[in-house]
Ligand binder design. Structure first.
Ligand code: GLC
Ligand code: GLC
Length: 651
């Protein structure tokens, strides 16, 4: 778009650029800057236009983008151009992700390099290496309390390791995902230290207050993230004798994005990591980026503008790099992190589908898909060029964050229903044998979240203790059922470290004082590679899970109907134990797959009459892509055994 004010500003900024920048060959940079400048300028103006230093900061912003571009290698620039040409590349069904801690999956980054073949063995081609940057010992929040955004923690490796891994991955067509912790720094970050020493410039990087007057106003509407261990959203700092906003742990200081310097510093960091060869940046806790008195300080409009601005700027310098939004918020809110439209107001291309994740656990606990159906139906349609990250477990707790409206619509009372789920998943009912732990129970609100590894949550830990073959089989089937859904739902499936080999809860965190008060560590295991070898030995639990996962992944990659182009149709059926949806190829709708999953322990049947008006032949014959079996069809019904699933096509 051509607009005079921003155009003349751009010209004057280009005139003022530092000579060392001007001397470079910046052709591609200028084209992209020209194309995005109107948006960048408008957003930057909306956020910071009222400040005296607006023009100075705007110039600085352009310089940072130019510097990032100059530092970008030729190889990465080629990749940018390739991805611009094939701009839907990440919607393909060929991507399958895994999230892991480098020192949980392996010893460290170097050792991770030795284990790349494991990804290839399973079929993983997108690897999220959880935070690896410098963090204070004992106050790290699992890597999310960063004291230096450019330095790899020497306990796991160094920058060279990451550069090598990025190269190795690229050779094998594996995407590298790293975190950018945007919302806060550790209280040991240089900026926080300078602030503590009284430097006003750096105090302005955070939310810092002389007394409780303003913090108390904020507190009236702000929920608490870690109420058990870190109640409240502010921490008294004795050095400054001031209050600091600390929404997460008391040692994580919230960055103040109403200060343009903070925005520019963080953009610089984003571009730095983009230039190390990272393909996808996971933007942590994005819902929290803007704070406003009188609100919950989550999902604020300006948080979205900040993300749009980051995307626009990153597109100028490193357009091949994608963003993942980690916003664990209500469905109507999460959808907004994709942006307002696919081109002009884009935010993140990928977002965690926490809604589906929590709904799947609801269906496991209730053996019923009422709420799952309700929740999927309420999930708003995505933009084009946007996709979900579908997962069953991750390094965090499971929040039961469904909409109260949906819980009512499914015929439950919200508070009682959530209590039932917590009780079920923490094994308070004999029948459940689930070994979850309660996380951050909040007596005031009645809320609680759940921790635990996938295998322990679905009853494998307890089944193995009693060596009950039947129960072991059911638990394995639940693991596969849940993965069969995230692998076929539409989006990038993200498998969590250890889940493909059924790793159980790890209780060793209790003996580590730096972890014992955070039971998320129960599901952040260290892989025992000798045990993991059992995946190759027929009959073992590891083999049964791993070989099935491997097969599911391989099949997913072959089925074009599983790519994500808003090509899913939820099928209304008359059996409350089943989940049933159709995936079709968006270019050739006749290529379609019927996904059916039985959440009950007993056999359940699907009435094929439900397929009327779907393009499937009600009297047709079906074959399961996964097992190759043609399920028996009698009386227009197909029966599924307890926890069985099918990926059906017409023969
Ligand atoms: C993210 C991380 C979580 C961390 C939080 C605070 O949500 O996933 O592990 O505790 O941010 O940084
Ligand atoms: C909350 C936050 C999420 C964070 C999690 C940590 O759910 O929304 O960002 O990962 O807490 O437990």
């Amino acid at each position: 778009m051509y607009e005079q004010i921003s155009h003349s500003l751009l010209n004057s900024i280009l005139d003022d650029l530092k000579p060392e920048i001007l001397r470079q060959d910046l052709r591609h940079f200028y084209t992209r800057l020209g194309a995005n400048f109107y948006a960048i300028h408008s957003l930057f103006f909306t956020l910071y236009g009222h400040r005296d230093d607006f023009k100075v900061q705007m110039l600085r912003l352009v310089e940072i983008m130019a510097k990032g571009y100059i530092d970008r290698s030729q190889e990465l620039e080629m990749l940018d151009i390739q991805r611009e040409q094939d701009h839907n590349w990440f919607l393909s069904q060929k991507w399958v992700g895994m999230a892991l801690y480098s020192n949980g999956f392996a010893e460290n980054l170097r050792d991770l390099e030795n284990k790349i073949s494991y990804f290839q063995e399973l079929g993983i081609n997108m690897v999220h290496i959880m935070p690896i940057l410098m963090c204070p010992t004992g106050k790290s929040d699992g890597g999310y309390a960063i004291s230096d955004f450019r330095q790899v923690d020497d306990r796991v490796g160094d920058l060279e390791d990451i550069r090598r891994i990025a190269k190795e991955f690229r050779k094998r067509d594996i995407l590298l995902v790293l975190d950018i912790v945007l919302n806060h720094t550790s209280d040991e970050h240089e900026w926080a230290k300078k602030a503590m020493m009284g430097d006003r410039n750096f105090q302005d990087y955070y939310y810092i207050f002389e007394n409780r007057e303003i913090p108390d106003m904020y507190e009236q509407n702000m929920p608490e993230v870690f109420p058990e261990t870190d109640p409240g959203n502010f921490t008294w700092n004795a050095e400054m004798e001031k209050w600091v906003m600390t929404v997460f742990h008391s040692y994580q200081w919230d960055l103040n994005y109403s200060n343009p310097r903070v925005f520019i510093e963080m953009l610089d960091i984003i571009l730095f990591w983009a230039n190390q060869g990272v393909d996808v940046l996971r933007l942590d806790a994005v819902a929290f980026l803007w704070k406003k008195i009188g609100t919950s300080c989550q999902n604020e409009r300006n948080a979205h503008l900040i993300l749009q601005l980051m995307k626009d700027c990153c597109q100028v310098t490193a357009p091949g790099v994608l963003f993942i939004a980690e916003a664990i918020v209500a469905p109507v809110e999460v959808i907004k992190y994709f942006g307002e439209d696919a081109i002009a107001a884009k935010e993140c291309e990928i977002a965690y589908n926490a809604t589906l994740m929590a709904l799947l656990w609801d269906a496991v606990a209730t053996k019923n898909t009422k709420l799952l159906y309700q929740g999927i139906k309420s999930l708003p349609n995505k933009l084009e060029r946007a996709t979900w990250l579908n997962y069953v477990r991750c390094h965090d707790d499971i929040g039961l964050g469904f909409d109260d409206f949906d819980i009512h619509a499914a015929g439950y009372e919200p508070r009682a229903h959530r209590k039932f789920l917590v009780d079920y998943l923490t094994g308070r009912f004999d029948a459940s044998s689930s070994r979850g732990l309660m996380f951050m129970a909040n007596e005031a609100t009645g809320d609680a979240r759940i921790c635990g590894s996938l295998a322990s949550l679905v009853g494998l830990e307890s089944a193995l203790e009693t060596a009950d073959e039947h129960l072991i089989g059911l638990a394995i089937n639940r693991i596969l059922l849940l993965h069969a859904i995230v692998l076929s739902f539409g989006g990038i499936p993200l498998i969590y470290n250890g889940d493909a080999i059924a790793v159980l809860n790890d209780y060793s965190y209790i003996d580590d004082p730096s972890k014992s008060n955070d039971n998320r560590w129960v599901h952040r295991p260290k892989i025992d590679w000798e045990r993991a070898e059992l995946r190759k030995k027929q009959g073992t639990v590891q083999y049964r899970v791993f070989s099935a996962m491997k097969k599911l992944i391989a099949i997913r990659k072959e089925i074009s109907a599983f790519a994500d182009f808003n090509n899913r149709e939820l099928l209304q059926i008359d059996n409350e134990n089943l989940l049933c949806f159709i995936r079709f190829n968006h270019q050739r709708p006749s290529e379609k797959v019927l996904v059916v999953a039985n959440f009950d322990a007993n056999p359940q049947s699907l009435n094929l009459e439900s397929l009327r008006n779907t393009g499937f032949n009600v009297y047709g014959k079906f074959v399961d892509l996964y097992s190759g079996i043609k399920p028996e069809q009698s009386d227009s019904h197909i029966t599924l055994q307890g926890y069985e699933f099918y990926w059906l096509t017409e023969t």
